[in-house]
Design a protein around this ligand. Sequence first.
Ligand code: CMP
Length: 140
Amino acid sequence: MTMQRTFSIIKPDATRRNLTGAINSKIEASGLRIIAQKRIHMSDREAREFYAVHADRPFYNDLVSFMTSGPVVVQVLEGQNAIAAYREVMGSTNPSDAADGTIRKEFAEGIEANSVHGSDSIENAAIEIAYFFTNEEIVG
Ligand code: CMP
């Protein structure tokens, strides 16, 4: 077991439906701690850069439009094995494959409007956290 930090986004479909608190209560119930948090409206440039790894995928432009369609809440989560632990709380990318009790099973509208994002590796967690937060904004 190692203490880790991971990056989380509560996406526009969830903020629109007033689900920030419901999602964060699932995150906190899992033992993860929210150690940085802000509500922002992502710019087109931020969404394109953040999802640059998907630039060649057919869903890229739709994904950027969706992520800039309303407010999001960006967060840093900390806990034992936080990257895998948060991915378990989120459930599969496609909510129809997500396990019972996961955020995406309960709240996601579809594969794009899937309510939350979480980092997939230690390397990406560090990059994604640094993209949205300074060290001073992270209070563990
Ligand atoms: P996320 O974890 O934020 O990473 C990339 C996002 O692309 C993913 O969640 C989905 O919201 C979105 N997406 C849209 N269509 C697809 C698709 N066909 N396969 C994977 N991800 C998709």
